[in-house]
Structure formats: structure tokens, C-alpha cells
Design a protein around this ligand. Structure first.
Ligand code: ASP
Length: 325
């Protein structure tokens, strides 16, 4: 018995040593950052900016992998099942919270499948349309959408995506259901909007700023309480007559459940460094957003945000009664 206890003690000491040695030398190889939407879209843009800067701080490459589909739940599921060793992380947005209620069956239990690294940013959305859509302002767009409700199409990145949530909020605000067209991300949806194959979309400024400024798409409103510095002439949705349509798309970084706390802490510190990187700050500013503060780029802040947002959106989604299977 004595020998067995001694043996168990030695094994415990050894595994403790292994865990701390791991954290001290982490990361020893490249890290995969899963983005649950297509390349070239808003989540991808945020992820690549942050990953590049974190790579410098960590001394190892962070490689972005796009795993789009099912409104972000495929990519999140991939990370939930990955080894909890700090070499697979997820950068996801508000959809992490809404999909917990929207999907009747999810391959993972949102609140129990991940560890938290920190919040990244909160991005406003814009209601945009193909360049040649007739209405001149948001009021005109509402009238037009009601009058053409059987033919007008709304692009989104699938149920659970921010574009889906905002599109639903738009339809609910105008009390008119419209036809939606799902993509694996709003990167490809933007291509179709530019080509005129789809009519309208609500998408993050991180994907729409350049196109709005270049006049290649039409913008009708921004979902923030105040106008944005990057588009001083673009009215808020409230100014345009849809006061209920306010939403900010927060992003967070997660690791699989069971990832050692000192590894997620190391990632969190690196995220804080990246969010103060002058290049990241400048690019975020050009894209109509700001990096999260040090206090928000922490495991505790992201955990609290996710829990609060699941609770906030649950009754809204249940009232709408639209679920994905
Ligand atoms: N974030 C976008 C959305 O939720 C999708 C994307 O990043 O491509 O609609």
C-alpha cells in the first residue's frame, strides 16, 4: 500500500511538473486559430489582424483556418473537439451566444466546452445594399422592402451569424419576413452583393467600410447608438426610423475545455499586447471599431460576456420562435 501511495505521489508530482513545464515553454510550435466563417469576411479580418500581432508576441506563428458553415457552429464544434493543449483556438463572435438557443441540436455544450482567453472588439453593423437598389435612405428602403417582399433577397452567413441576427432584427422591425440567402461567411456574400446577385445585407463595418467608402455598395444605416467617425454622413438606424435595431458584434477568443489555465493566461496576455499594437489600433479604427481594453481581454470578462449574452438573447430568440435543427 505504501509503495502504491508513493507511486501515485510520484506520478502526481510528475504531471504537475509536466503542466508547468508546458506553460513555461508554450508555445513550442505554430497555433491554429479557427475562424468559423469564410476567408475575406469580417470575422476573418479581425482574426488575421490579431493573429499576426499575437504571433510576434508569442514567437510562434498563428495560422488562421477558415471553417465556415452552419452560422459558425461547425468551426466552434471543431475547436470544442480539439486537443486542449493551447495549439487550437477559436475566434468567434456574438453567434457563440445566439447559436446556443437558435440550434436545437449543437455538437457541443456552449458553456461547458470551452475555456476563455478574452474579448477582442465590438463591431457595429451596417445595413447595406447593392449599388443600384433604388431607395435613397432607410425610410425608403423599409417601404421598398415591404412593397417587394416576395422578390427582395437578404444575404447572411447562416443561422447564428451576426448578419442573420441583424437581418432578423430588420425584418422584425419592419414587421415583414423576407427571403434570406445563406453563405458560409459574408466575404462571399459581399462578392454577390457587389455583383448584384443579392439585394441587401446587414454586416459588420469590418467588412463594409471599404466598399461603402468606395461607393461600390449603398449604405442605409449603422446599428450603433452614435454615428461613426468613419462614416460621419451615415445616419444611425435610430435616426433612420428603426430605433430597435441596435446591435454590437462582440468577438472573443476561446480554447477547448481542459486547456491549462496558465496557457490561456499566456494567450490572454498576448491578446492584450496585440490589442495595443499601433497597427491593430489603426486598422480597427479604419474599419469602424476599437480594440477591447486590457480588462476586457481577459478570461473572466469573456466568460461573463458569454453567459450574459446567452441569457439576453434566449428570450428574444424564443419569442421569434425560429430555430435551426
Ligand atoms: N461575421 C459574419 C456574420 O456573422 C460572417 C463572416 O465573418 O463572414 O455574418
Amino acid at each position: 500500500m505504501k509503495t502504491l501511495n508513493a507511486l501515485l505521489g510520484a506520478v502526481a508530482a510528475l504531471s504537475l511538473f509536466a503542466a508547468s513545464a508546458n506553460a513555461q515553454t508554450y508555445p513550442e510550435r505554430s497555433i491554429t486559430m479557427v475562424v468559423p466563417f469564410s476567408a475575406g469576411g469580417p470575422t476573418d479580418t479581425v482574426a488575421r489582424l490579431v493573429a499576426e500581432s499575437m504571433s510576434k508576441d508569442l514567437g510562434q506563428q498563428i495560422i488562421v483556418e477558415n471553417v465556415g458553415g452552419a452560422g459558425g457552429t461547425l468551426g466552434a464544434g471543431r475547436v470544442a473537439q480539439a486537443d486542449p493543449d493551447g495549439y487550437t483556438v477559436l475566434l468567434h463572435h456574438i453567434g457563440m451566444a445566439t447559436s446556443a438557443t437558435l440550434y436545437r441540436k449543437l455538437a457541443y455544450d456552449t458553456l461547458n466546452a470551452f475555456e476563455y482567453v478574452g474579448l477582442v472588439t465590438e463591431v457595429p453593423m451596417t445595413i447595406v445594399a447593392r449599388k443600384d437598389l433604388e431607395p435613397a435612405d432607410l425610410k425608403g428602403l423599409v417601404e421598398y422592402a415591404k412593397a417587394n417582399k416576395d422578390t427582395i433577397t437578404v444575404a447572411n452567413a447562416g443561422i447564428g451569424a451576426a448578419s442573420h441576427l441583424c437581418g432578423m432584427m430588420f425584418m422584425s422591425a419592419i414587421e415583414t419576413p423576407l427571403t434570406t440567402v445563406p453563405y458560409k461567411g459574408t466575404g462571399p456574400a459581399m462578392t454577390d452583393l457587389l455583383g448584384g446577385q443579392v439585394d441587401i445585407m446587414c454586416d459588420q463595418t469590418t467588412n463594409t467600410t471599404k466598399q461603402i467608402q468606395g461607393g461600390t455598395i449603398k449604405a442605409y444605416g449603422v446599428t450603433s447608438p452614435e454615428r461613426l467617425k468613419v462614416f460621419p454622413d451615415l445616419p444611425t438606424t435610430t435616426e433612420g426610423g428603426l430605433p430597435g435595431l441596435q446591435v454590437g458584434i462582440w468577438h472573443g477568443v476561446y480554447t477547448p475545455k481542459g486547456t491549462p489555465a496558465d496557457v490561456t493566461e499566456r494567450l490572454s496576455k498576448s491578446l492584450q499586447v496585440a490589442l495595443k499594437d499601433p497597427n491593430v489600433v489603426a486598422r480597427f479604427g479604419e474599419l469602424g471599431t476599437v480594440p477591447s481594453s486590457d480588462a476586457d481581454a481577459t478570461p473572466a470578462a469573456l466568460k461573463a460576456k458569454l453567459e450574459g449574452e446567452i441569457a439576453r438573447w434566449k428570450p428574444v430568440i424564443e419569442a421569434a420562435g425560429q430555430y435551426a435543427d
